[in-house]
Design a protein around this ligand. Structure first.
Ligand SMILES: Cc1cc2nc3c(=O)[nH]c(=O)nc-3n(C[C@H](O)[C@H](O)[C@H](O)COP(=O)(O)OP(=O)(O)OC[C@H]3O[C@@H](n4cnc5c(N)ncnc54)[C@H](O)[C@@H]3O)c2cc1C
Length: 468
């Protein structure tokens, strides 16, 4: 899809959105439907941010389409359109396989309740009490309890249960047992409700449909437009600088990471000292590594499940999951049904990753480490799909450096920041009127659903600001 080039856009808009992740896209769409003139600027050649895909040798690889909660159905209907909503389909077969247990689930509350009773021997009343407690958690609750304390209260000493409940969430947003239980509770309740869902037709189709909707609603879209600076004068937002152009707007929504936004785009000098004091406590979340396998046309394999949480590590540990040589990974398996118009078998192995581990390597060591990661993934994958090596005609790896290059996110973070980033993101417009932030922060506002919902919240803030 061809978009505008930066030299063709107008000199002034009501709002400029910097970045086209799901948060930025949704915010731009909402503001355009509210009647504002909106310019969307994206540094990459395609829209979507981390909701992205790439093509190799006839294969299409999805980067972050592994699964999202049922809440996406309502959100997409309300804030995008019916056609997008109608393409959301359930992943029926989620597999866990590790030294403590092996099981297949639909990942729904009902199925988890059954499994916890039948397989783990937990009393139904305890399981129900846990679900009710977690379901009632909200943002304003006491934030001192950690997820570890929550688990110890309901399932003391049961590291197998902790693993079942925590491992998917650690993959989904990088959280650990030592973070506020609220961050776990909200994400867990979202997922552990009606199961895990995907988008039929793949990420490319979803983002294409979103781009159509944005253009229909009048948003001016520019790709290959890297914003160098958010212009702040006399304490207020004036617009953005892109190359040698300055485009003015009374409000700018940054979908760039919150750390980038403050440090590199607006610049620390734009903010009051007390805001910076709080900002300096923000920790960015971890990054990811992935290995992509494309199966030669004409080859196939049997159905082994849609999403496989696999590990040969004795027990769950978020540190182990971050290790370069982790023994824990998820395999997302894409069958021809994923893209009926482009039938293909692909597998994506995802691991959590630390930017510093990879960024510190020299060129040769980096290449070697990538190759070693591919090999570890092959060995694991062969346990589920024997003979896969002979069927693959494309294999490639991404590291935290890759994520950094494509999104510009600090240390290639996959899920924004830890909990404290949320307050900074929510209060940035109080520090610099006209400047808003949308995108993965505080664990809760990350993931496809979190980012889209946050886009709606921020659009409401901007609309209020522009009308005031
Ligand atoms: C490997 C991986 C797997 C994942 N799997 C899942 C999953 O299965 N389910 C799920 O729900 N979530 C998943 N996620 C998380 C999810 O993809 C993200 O939380 C979500 O897409 C982030 O949206 P966002 O709005 O924060 O923006 P981002 O996607 O982070 O996009 C930000 C955009 O801003 C642009 N930008 C930055 N700076 C500038 C600038 N100066 N000028 C112009 N443009 C700029 C970037 O290029 C980018 O396009 C995964 C993430 C990763 C990395």
């Amino acid at each position: 899809m061809a978009f505008n080039s930066i030299d063709k856009v107008k000199d002034r808009y009501d709002v400029i959105v910097v970045g086209s992740g799901l948060g930025g896209l949704t915010c731009a769409n909402r503001l355009a439907t509210a009647g504002h003139t909106v310019l969307l600027l994206e540094h990459h050649t395609q829209l979507g941010g981390l909701a992205t895909w790439f093509k190799r040798k006839g294969h299409i690889f999805d980067v972050s389409l592994h699964g999202f909660p049922h809440g996406m159905v309502k959100t997409c209907r309300k804030y995008w359109n019916r056609a997008i909503r109608d393409s959301i389909v359930q992943l029926k077969s989620i597999v866990f396989d590790n030294p403590q247990f092996s099981l297949t689930t639909t990942f729904s509350r009902e199925d988890f309740t059954r499994i916890l009773q039948e397989k783990f021997g937990i009393a139904r009343s305890v399981v129900e009490d846990f679900f009710v407690t977690v379901g009632k958690m909200n943002f304003y609750d006491d934030q001192t309890m950690t997820t570890r304390e929550l688990f110890d209260k309901f399932f003391p000493g049961r590291t197998d249960v902790h693993r079942l409940l925590m491992e998917p969430i650690t993959y989904a947003n990088g959280s650990t047992l030592d973070e506020p239980a609220i961050t776990y509770g909200i994400v867990f309740s979202n997922f552990m409700n009606k199961g895990v869902f995907t988008f039929q037709g793949g990420t490319d189709r979803l983002i294409g449909m979103m781009a159509d909707e944005l253009e229909k609603n009048g948003v001016t879209i520019c790709t290959r437009a890297r914003v160098d600076r958010i212009v702040v004068e006399n304490g207020k937002v004036r617009g953005v600088a892109v190359g040698d152009r300055v485009i003015s707007a009374p409000s700018v929504v940054s979908n760039s990471g919150i750390t980038n936004t403050v440090t590199n785009l607006a610049g620390r000098e734009a903010f009051p000292v007390d805001f910076l004091g709080q900002f300096d406590r923000v920790k960015v979340n971890n990054s990811s590594c992935q290995v992509y396998f494309g199966v030669r046309p004409g080859e196939s394999f049997r159905d082994v499940g849609d999403l496989l949480f696999t590990s040969t590590s004795k027990e769950f540990s978020s540190d182990e999951m971050l290790d370069m040589e982790t023994k824990s990974r998820t395999f997302s398996v894409y069958y021809p049904r994923t893209r009926p118009d482009h039938p293909d078998y692909t597998v994506v192995a995802s691991m959590n990753g630390n930017y510093d581990d990879w960024a510190g390597l020299g060129k040769e060591a980096y290449k070697k480490a990538k190759q070693a990661m591919i090999e570890r993934c092959y060995v694991d994958l062969e346990r589920y799909i024997p003979g896969i090596r002979e069927k693959v005609d494309w294999v490639e790896a991404a590291t935290p450096k890759t994520f950094n290059r494509y999104t510009l996110h600090t240390r290639g973070t996959s899920f924004g920041t830890k909990f404290e980033g949320l307050e900074i993101s929510r209060s940035i417009f109080k520090a610099v009127p006209g400047l808003f932030h949308v995108g993965s922060v505080g664990i809760i506002m990350s993931g496809w659903l979190g980012a889209i919902n946050y886009g709606v919240i921020v659009a409401n803030d901007v609309d209020g600001f522009l009308r005031s």
